[in-house]
Design a protein around this ligand. Structure first.
Ligand SMILES: [Zn+2]
Length: 65
């Protein structure tokens, strides 16, 4: 287990399809791990309300795992 579910870091590598980040950018990850990105809530920008969202502190043991 790695403690912490809201983390910050620095981009060290960027995939070819990533357009909004570049190397050395400072980034943060909140408590939410994922969502479906297809339901009404997700499409409306409210992924935190998605019925399929997963949180880091519940389904995973910390943000770095
Ligand atoms: Zn959704």
């Amino acid at each position: 287990m790695v403690a912490g579910y809201e983390v910050i870091g620095e981009v060290v590598e960027v995939g070819t399809q990533v357009k909004h980040l570049q190397k050395s950018d400072r980034v943060g990850v909140g408590w939410q791990r994922s969502a479906c990105l297809e339901c009404r809530d997700c499409l409306g920008g409210n992924e935190n309300l998605c019925n399929q969202n997963q949180v880091l502190y519940h389904v995973r043991w910390g943000a770095f795992v």
